[in-house]
Design a binder for this molecule. Structure first.
Ligand SMILES: Cc1cc2nc3c(=O)[nH]c(=O)nc-3n(C[C@H](O)[C@H](O)[C@H](O)COP(=O)(O)OP(=O)(O)OC[C@H]3O[C@@H](n4cnc5c(N)ncnc54)[C@H](O)[C@@H]3O)c2cc1C
Length: 246
């Protein structure tokens, strides 16, 4: 069994696209069917490989959007000048196939016995692995208290908005909309800064565990801010999506 699992993680496998869901005008979730999928943990990602007709290949990493036990899904934000994300968000249809490899990563994962309270901080599509963590918490009936601080450009750019509008007991979602806000918006309207973290984050004395994910600049500023508030660096887990992504 162990041998099978290891082979599965390291081997490219064919994924067939199932139902697709438009989350925002720029973001789409794709359910993927992978016959020999070995299962995954909340917070892991997959490698995706596309092969063009002339043999040219492009590989990118995508966080797993679904909880362990749910069908594999990824949520992709389109970068207009990108190579891979325009295909995944605009062209890929149910029944299409590409390759995936994984699950990948053992550090940015959460299990109920990992503890908390949890501070989840997302910039843009960085919410994807945090959504998997929230769903895993709900499915395992964990009572760990959670705050999700989620930074988006505008309300239209909020991914999973209907799901996050109805958070599970013990989950609080705090939004900041950095570029435009709906009329009468009462939430934050700026990039995450130290003042915001001081207002939102669990006090360090409560022994919180933080998961921070998004564009590299977002992750670095939030992680630095949390350490400044007294979070031990080892209690601030980070996942960087790269220079772009929000
Ligand atoms: C662990 C991990 C998990 C991730 N999870 C997600 C996720 O859940 N959802 C998600 O949407 N993304 C995720 N990403 C980001 C994803 O892997 C891709 O980077 C993203 O989709 C962009 O890929 P692309 O091929 O569309 O763009 P690319 O072709 O890679 O281009 C990205 C940007 O770089 C610029 N660029 C490209 N080449 C050059 C060059 N030579 N010189 C200068 N600029 C250049 C492009 O103009 C574009 O703006 C994750 C990344 C990591 C590392």
């Amino acid at each position: 069994m162990a041998g099978t699992a290891v082979r599965g993680r390291l081997t490219w496998q064919t994924a067939t696209v199932g139902p697709v869901t438009d989350e925002t005008p720029h973001v789409r979730t794709l359910s993927l069917s992978v016959p020999d999928w070995s299962g995954h943990r909340a917070g892991q990602h997959v490698d995706v490989r596309l092969t063009a007709e002339d043999g040219y290949q492009a590989e990118r990493e995508y966080s797993i959007a679904s909880a362990p036990g749910e069908p594999l899904a990824i949520t992709v934000e389109r970068l207009d000048d990108g190579e891979v994300s325009p295909y995944l968000t605009e062209e890929a249809q149910s029944g299409d196939q590409f390759e995936v490899r994984g699950p990948v990563g053992g550090y940015f994962v959460w299990e109920p016995d990992t503890g908390g309270p949890l501070l989840l901080a997302a910039g843009g599509s960085g919410v994807v692995p945090l959504r998997a963590i929230l769903r895993h918490r709900a499915r395992t009936r964990s009572a760990v208290p959670v705050k999700l601080l989620y930074s988006s450009r505008s309300w239209e750019d909020v991914i999973y908005s209907s799901e996050l509008d109805l958070p599970a007991d013990g989950v609080e979602v705090i939004y900041t909309l950095t570029r435009s806000q709906p009329r009468a918006w009462k939430g934050y309207a700026r990039r995450v800064d130290e003042q915001m973290l001081a207002e939102v984050a669990w006090p360090a004395g409560q022994g919180p565990l933080a998961y921070v994910c998004g564009p590299t600049s977002f992750v670095e500023s939030v992680a630095t801010g949390l350490v400044g508030l007294g979070y031990p660096a080892g209690r601030v887990k980070t996942e960087r999506f790269g220079a772009t992504g929000q």
